[in-house]
Design a protein around this ligand. Structure first.
Ligand SMILES: *Cc1c(COP(=O)(O)O)cnc(C)c1O
Length: 963
């Protein structure tokens, strides 16, 4: 055989091997796409689109791209700098065993983690069933009537509960009473959130202080159950006192404890919040985990976040959908009750599956074991001469008065492989969990024994009982629905999980061309590190020397993101884009205050903005003034000039999105920034569209003062069906001191406090973005941006004659997404954008973004990761649908009975005996030749939104409904 001529070693060792794996468009495809668009090169295309005035002067300075194996090895070395020790810290974060069947088939399964928020109900039935299980689980355990489909963390859930109470109760007081025995990070976030709203937080230790405050004036109280110190307070007497004042009672509760304790709903609490972390989600240095709010029925229409409800489809069968969407910030804008958008869906699904797998008996057994194990060290420690507090009522946490010995013990513990929690200087707290073993307890005693004989576990084992007083023990049943009592074998569980994901469309089956959401590849190599023990099993409040790996990851990622954005400082603490917005606005506000300009509170927001912008401004205590857009969709500069002048003295900032939500690079952005600066305001650039900018232009260079990024859009963290996300807040030099802090972690007070429960927010998913940057390098990231722009323009041109693009720059080009205008179709065919969205389901696609930012349109964002083949398949489907619309226009099919109005078609509806429609069953099925063997069948027909809102029902469907 003839040997091929040898290539130089450098060519064989290709450090950029990942770039063509991430970017779906090959060089040959690119030439073809450019010829369709009519441009000579990718560079020329991009240079004609991105205004020269804002183009980056220099390339990003990032480490050169490296291959998948090398990047994984490098990150492994970073991870190794974290130290995994047994955590007895508690404080809302506990060891947990993620059942293997859930770990592999959900947390590590792209069918679950690459899904989008279930706005398109028909292709999201599987994950919505899991979320309804989550809601039911929370309702049952708390004994509250209604719960939503997750919040970002326990601390922000408590802060949201505070404002929910403020909106909902009779009391007009501005005082919020918080028990001092709540988790410190919860108190800190509540204080951050209360400040700009003029709410006064009064902290009270239990005893006389608490009694005194309850005798005063307030609109709500927050107490922890069990308390952060472990004590279980009987709060029943206090609820009546609070209600007598027309105020609300909020309880932060531990769901595992509630399997054994009388739940707050049974003693008339108004709102219950908490974390579901210990239901199978690793601690991950603080996140992501799903938190929850549950509330009384009267509050439900003002509850923040997303609620999954049960409705019916066109065939009269039960079907899930997002309920009460009118509460959502993107519709209510400055009237929104919360800015929450991306939540924690994937962790919520995991927590719900943990309950499905273990069932009520399994959960109770786990809780009883934890409680029994907690009773044992109490005895052992007393034998060793320690003074253990509250032994009459605890669940999992022991509190010891250790006085001068406290620091010695805290320091000694890690050498024995464990962390203890120091609280109030002279106390030690020891928290047990599902993973605690007999050996762990013996080791714990060894630390405390300090040379004395160590007690033997067996000595105390006999007759041990949880230290929960009789009157606080739960007697009511929970999780009685069949779903929590069926899938207890691994085979059964595996099939339940698989059955649900088979109902859904995620990125593992089709492109998801959702404008503004950037549904790009979430590469497997990026995902692999997140479940490494060194990242997954560390506590957010472990000693700093054990978190060196996370510190390095944080520092490197921040440095790279500074390069990408042109900013001077970044905090990775915000755990969603909306939280980044909030943190950024707080920075601007605090900066004005630091200069004696506290009156500068006007926030200008163009009418095209994403709804979270005005909602965040509202929460930051700013007044929103909406500015107009012109006919081309750009910010109307004359209107802006007028509003700047009108509000000059009180102007805090403007919030713009760049490129705009209309998918266009506005050419006057530099003038816009200069104008706002001239009037003493700062410029907030919403970074959700950074996928059109990375490597090409940097907001920190062209006039932005603050931005947030959505790492779950531009930087490859998967959407998880609606979270987790990471929303870093990025600022210019003079705003760096106003980035969020975290006194609970480092004791330092800063102008802006904590915005998330954990110092590093959703820390455990940061390795994803780190891997992406490391494998792409500066060249790869820029190439990705240019390809995203190329693909959007290719689609816009190919669909031009079928669906015109609404907004474009003067040369006819768009940015990384394009808005297809479907409004004119209505007139002659009765077809709406929603009909096209649903018909795409028949063709096996997830619809583009529907009716945002312009009603009656579809916004398409292909991203750089889609192959030309998939893009062409989408274009083919869109054209086929346009042909169908032409048949309606021609009168061939009635306007109210055609494949679009009846979409999506279930297999059942196509197979049923009688077929009365004007089109054939084969037309309804929309099986394109190339998909003959891989047709997606929606599990339900079109879901009735109105019915669901009129008949709000948000927990598991009784089996009888399916009969
Ligand atoms: C996605 C998005 C947000 C909100 O981000 P979340 O992470 O969902 O909170 C804000 N602005 C724009 C333009 C967006 O597209």
């Amino acid at each position: 055989m003839l040997m091929q001529s040898a290539r130089p070693l450098g060519e064989l060792e290709n450090p950029s091997e990942f770039i063509p794996r991430h970017i779906g468009v090959s060089e040959a495809d690119e030439r073809h796409m450019l010829s369709v668009i009519g441009e000579a090169s990718r560079r020329a295309l991009v240079e004609g689109i991105v205004p020269r005035s804002i183009a980056r002067a220099t390339d990003m300075k990032l480490p050169p791209a490296t291959g998948e194996a090398a990047a994984l090895a490098e990150l492994r070395a970073v991870a190794a700098k974290n130290r995994v020790v047994k955590s007895f810290i508690g404080q809302g974060y506990h060891g947990t065993h993620t059942p293997g069947v859930i770990l592999r088939n959900i947390l590590e399964n792209p069918a679950w983690y690459t899904a989008y928020t279930p706005y398109q109900a028909e292709i999201s039935q599987g994950r919505m069933e899991a979320l309804v299980n989550f809601q039911t689980m929370v309702c049952d355990l708390t004994a509250m009537p209604i719960a939503n489909a997750s919040m970002l963390d326990e601390a922000t859930a408590a802060a949201e509960a505070m404002t929910l109470a403020k909106r909902s109760v009779k009391s007009k007081s501005n005082v919020f009473v918080v028990a001092g025995d709540c988790h410190p990070q919860t108190i800190e976030v509540v204080q951050t959130r209360a400040r700009p709203l003029g709410i006064e937080v009064k902290l009270a230790n239990s005893g006389p202080q608490w009694e005194e405050l309850l005798a005063g004036d307030f609109f709500a109280v927050l107490a922890q159950y069990p308390a952060t110190s472990g004590r279980i307070d009987d709060l029943r007497g206090d609820v009546a006192k609070v209600h007598a004042k027309g105020a609300g009672f909020i309880v932060a509760a531990d769901l595992l404890a509630l399997t054994l304790l009388v739940p707050p709903g049974e003693w008339d609490a108004d709102i219950v919040v908490g974390s579901t972390q210990r239901f199978g989600m690793p601690m991950g240095c603080g996140g992501p985990h799903a938190a929850f709010p549950a509330c009384r029925d009267e509050f439900k229409r003002s509850m923040p976040g997303r609620l999954v409800g049960v409705s019916v489809d066109t065939h009269g069968n039960p079907a899930y959908r997002l309920a009460l969407q009118t509460r959502e910030q993107h519709i209510r804008r400055e009237k929104a009750t919360s800015n929450i958008c991306t939540a924690q869906v994937l962790p919520a699904v995991i927590a719900s599956m943990y309950a499905v797998y273990h069932g009520p008996q399994g959960l109770t057994r786990i809780a009883q074991r934890v409680a029994a194990y907690a009773a044992i060290p109490v005895r052992g420690l007393e034998t060793l001469g320690y003074q253990v507090r509250n032994t009459e009522a605890i669940f999992d946490t022991i509190s010891l008065k250790t006085d001068a010995q406290t620091p010695v013990l805290v320091q000694r513990a890690p050498d024995a492989g464990m962390n203890l929690r120091r609280a109030w200087d002279d106390y030690l707290l020891v928290s047990l969990d599902e993973t605690t073993t007999r050996e762990d307890i013996t080791k714990l005693w060894t630390v405390f024994a300090d040379g004395k004989p160590v007690p033997a576990f067996a000595e105390f084992e006999k007759g041990i009982e949880p230290l929960i007083p009789q009157e606080l023990r739960r007697t009511s049943a929970f999780l009685t629905h069949p779903v929590f009592n069926t899938h207890h074998s691994e085979t059964g569980m595996l099939r339940y999980i698989r059955g649900l994901s088979d109902k859904d469309l995620a990125l593992d089956r089709t492109m998801i061309p959702l404008g503004s959401c950037t549904m790009k590849l979430n590469a497997t190599s990026e995902m692999i590190p997140i479940t490494r023990p060194e990242f997954a099993h560390v506590h957010p409040f472990a000693p700093a020397d054990q978190l060196q790996g996370y510190a390095e990851l944080d520092a490197q990622l921040r440095a790279w993101l500074c390069e990408a954005t042109g900013y001077a400082g970044i905090s990775l603490q915000p755990n969603a884009g909306s939280q980044g917005e909030y943190a950024g606005l707080l920075a601007i506000k605090a900066w004005h205050e630091s200069r004696g300009d506290a009156h500068r509170t006007i926030c200008l927001i163009p009418s095209s903005a994403h709804g979270t912008n005005p909602a965040s401004a509202q929460m930051a205590g700013m007044q929103v003034v909406v500015t107009a857009c012109d006919d081309n969709g750009n910010v109307d500069m004359d209107d802006l000039r007028a509003k700047c002048e009108q509000h000059s003295a009180n102007l805090a900032c403007i919030m713009i999105t760049y490129p705009s939500t209309h998918g266009v690079f506005e050419t006057q952005v530099k003038e816009l920034c200069a104008l706002v600066h001239q009037h003493g305001g700062r410029v907030y650039v919403d970074g959700a569209n950074m996928n059109a900018l990375v490597g090409v232009a940097a907001p920190g260079e062209f006039g932005g003062d603050v931005s947030h990024l959505n790492l779950h859009k531009t930087f490859c963290i998967p959407h998880g069906g609606g979270g987790p996300g990471v929303g870093p807040v990025c600022v210019v030099e003079d705003l760096v001191p106003f980035l969020p802090g975290h006194a609970s972690a480092d004791g330092k007070q800063r102008p802006v406090g904590a915005v998330s429960a954990a110092p590093l927010g959703n820390a455990a998913v940061l390795p994803i973005s780190w891997m992406y940057c490391r494998m792409m390098g500066a060249e790869g990231l820029k190439h990705a941006t240019e390809t995203a722009i190329l693909s959007a323009n290719y689609i816009s041109v190919r669909l031009r004659d079928h669906y015109p693009t609404l907004y474009a720059s003067p040369n006819g080009h768009v940015a990384h997404e394009c808005i297809l205008d479907l409004r004119p179709l209505k007139e002659n065919s009765g077809v709406t954008a929603e009909d096209v969205a649903k018909r795409l389901v028949d063709y096996g696609f997830h619809a583009p973004t529907l009716s945002f930012p312009v009603p009656g349109t579809l916004m398409v964002e292909p991203t750089e990761s889609e192959t030309l083949e998939e893009i062409d398949r989408f274009i083919g489907a869109m054209i086929a649908i346009r042909e169908e619309i032409r048949r309606i226009e021609a009168g061939e099919w009635p306007q109210d009975d055609n494949p679009l109005k009846n979409a999506p078609h279930t297999a059942q509806s196509l197979l049923k005996g009688e077929w009365t429609h004007a089109y054939g069953r084969d037309v309804g099925a929309a099986v394109l030749d190339e998909r003959r063997h891989a047709k997606y069948w929606p599990p339900v027909g079109r879901v009735d939104n109105v019915y669901g809102d009129r008949n709000l029902f948000c927990s598991c469907v009784p089996m009888s409904a399916y009969e």
